[in-house]
Design a protein around this ligand. Structure first.
Ligand code: HEC
Ligand code: HEC
Ligand code: HEC
Ligand code: HEC
Length: 428
């Protein structure tokens, strides 16, 4: 964030994973403005972070306010209180209202909550929403508050260009609104005139279409009056905005400094995951000894690819040339072989219908022989077959087998026939 020269950051519930002390240290070290108006310790009277920041942009003063959303599943955070917006926003706004020309709320509350906030406070001019909604959304003008959101995890960059002036009113971005209304009025009057020429006044009194035109004329006249009035009230015109999203495609070159930070963080996280795995494994082994030492693990029906090679040298030689054979190495190269979010698709699982419950179980159990996407990822558990090939025959994969791992998210252009041709084992 410091590297990107971020002016203000709203503290989101995900930022709290390592505790607020850690976050405060990080902020201090990197001179970051972390903001949250509603995050309190259990006993404290003041918010843990600065509630808002006033900063200059040109000759204007811009206020940023931070609002921290609830933890996932509405869990209560340890030793912290997350107050509601109703409890904190009125007081904060009162303090900054006269000092700021433009007020921006950085919110990780739910989209629904943010809409309520927009409805309630006309003087919050922009809400930048993050954390709970999906995808890119063009700004929504709710009661003169622009509600904006770019896709999560840095998948897109949202750019909101604004032209802010003392009217402090967002135009609905239709500069021709008045002109269009006048044109419509012309058309309606012409239709009315034509009907008056063709029909007697008495007939028209009961003519539904005519009555509708008359009502439409009155409504338009009223609207035009209002638009003209607004134009007089705001000689500089209304404030305008222009929004674009830039997708962060992999073709965009990486920033070297940021990449180094991300890689370093990933390595650290991998180390933590490894330690955690070792502890879990020890704990489970102890448990097994005390309960049932014979208890079968979830991988008991799996042989591992090496065993198949003996009887299927042709297929094994082919398999080793496919990407599946190096799926585990791919994770090692990325320092992600202990990351529970990655492992499930880069290893040979016993049977997708009977995935071991919970990722942790999977993590701490995966034996070396099942690292990488092995033969049994496609042919199913085959230990029995490799011991007694005459009487048990392994299965063959269909499209649904592939789609367990080749999900939309991981493989945007999965084409079964085309991909099958790349990996189908030869006869032999
Ligand atoms: C001891 C030798 C042996 C081992 C080890 C062995 N197989 Fe086989 N496999 C065979 C024989 C023999 C056949 C042919 C059976 C038949 O056609 O009746 C066969 C057939 C197959 C078939 C084709 C089934 C079909 O319908 O045509 C697949 C797939 C297969 N094996 C996968 C594996 C996998 C995966 C492993 C390792 C987990 C493995 N085999 C280990 C001997 C073995
Ligand atoms: C257990 C998960 C898993 C299953 C099941 C699986 N794949 Fe894959 N597949 C992967 C992973 C992971 C990679 C990337 C490996 C790497 O490069 O590290 C991959 C890579 C590939 C590739 C090479 C890259 C590409 O997209 O061109 C092809 C082709 C492919 N898979 C086809 C298939 C087909 C067809 C099936 C079903 C018959 C299938 N896979 C089943 C996980 C799986
Ligand atoms: C839902 C299954 C799934 C999960 C979870 C998953 N992957 Fe993969 N991964 C795949 C598949 C399928 C491919 C092959 C896609 C293709 O090439 O089109 C792949 C390909 C890759 C590749 C590209 C290999 C290459 O060199 O071309 C990398 C790197 C990778 N995965 C890393 C990861 C990391 C890191 C994680 C965890 C953050 C992860 N994967 C989680 C299924 C998965
Ligand atoms: C990504 C999926 C995938 C992986 C991994 C895979 N196979 Fe296959 N295999 C297939 C497909 C697809 C076929 C063709 C099935 C068909 O003909 O319908 C096949 C066919 C076979 C056959 C039958 C060949 C014949 O005589 O027609 C054998 C034996 C076999 N595989 C063994 C293995 C072994 C051993 C491994 C690991 C070293 C392995 N497969 C890894 C997908 C896979």
């Amino acid at each position: 964030m410091a590297e990107m020269q971020t002016r203000a950051i709203g503290v989101s519930p995900y930022d709290l994973a390592a505790g607020t002390d850690f976050l405060l240290q990080l902020a201090k070290k990197n001179k970051l403005s972390l903001l949250s108006a509603n995050l309190y310790t259990n006993t404290g009277k003041n918010p843990i972070f600065r509630p808002y920041l006033l900063t200059k942009a040109g000759n204007m003063t811009v206020a940023f306010i931070g609002l921290t959303g609830p933890l996932p599943g509405n869990r209560s955070p340890r030793q912290l209180r997350i107050l509601s917006w109703q409890q904190v926003l009125p007081a904060v706004l009162k303090k900054i209202n006269n000092k700021a020309d433009l007020i921006i709320l950085l919110s990780s509350a739910s989209p629904r909550t943010n809409e309520e906030i927009a409805q309630k406070f006309k003087n919050i001019h922009i809400i930048l929403q993050a954390g709970q909604g999906n995808g890119n959304h063009p700004p929504l003008n709710i009661n003169n508050t622009l509600l904006c959101q770019a896709a999560s995890r840095g998948k897109s960059l949202g750019i909101l260009k604004i032209d802010w002036n003392p009217s402090k009113i967002w135009s609905d971005n239709d500069p021709d609104q008045l002109k269009n209304a006048l044109n419509r009025l012309d058309r309606i009057r012409w239709q009315i005139g034509r009907m008056q020429k063709r029909h007697q006044p008495k007939e028209l009194r009961n003519n539904l279409q005519y009555q509708r035109l008359i009502r439409g004329e009155a409504e338009l006249e009223q609207k035009i009056k209002e638009l003209k009035q607004q134009k007089n009230d705001t000689p500089g015109g209304f404030c305008r905005f222009q929004n674009t999203f830039i997708a962060m495609e992999t073709s965009i070159p990486e920033d070297k400094t940021v990449k180094a930070i991300v890689d370093g963080t990933r390595r650290e996280v991998n180390k933590i995951n490894r330690k955690r795995q070792q502890e879990l494994r020890k704990r489970r082994e102890k448990q097994r000894q005390t309960t049932n030492p014979q208890q079968a693990g979830p991988f008991v029906n799996m042989a591992g690819s090496r065993i198949c090679k003996k009887c299927h040298p042709v297929q094994a030689a082919f398999y080793l040339l496919t990407d599946h054979a190096r799926a585990w190495k791919t994770l090692i190269d990325k320092d992600q072989q202990y990351n529970p979010d990655c492992i499930s698709c880069h290893v040979t699982l016993p049977n997708y219908e009977q995935k071991p419950t919970g990722q942790e179980e999977l993590l701490t159990n995966i034996p070396e022989r099942l690292q990488g996407v092995g033969c049994e990822s496609c042919h199913g558990p085959a230990l029995k077959h490799s011991l007694d090939p005459e009487n048990t025959v392994p299965g063959k994969p269909g499209e649904s087998t592939c789609l367990q791992c080749h999900t939309k998210k991981r493989d945007k252009n999965f084409n079964f026939t085309r991909k099958m041709n790349k990996i189908r084992c030869p006869a032999g």
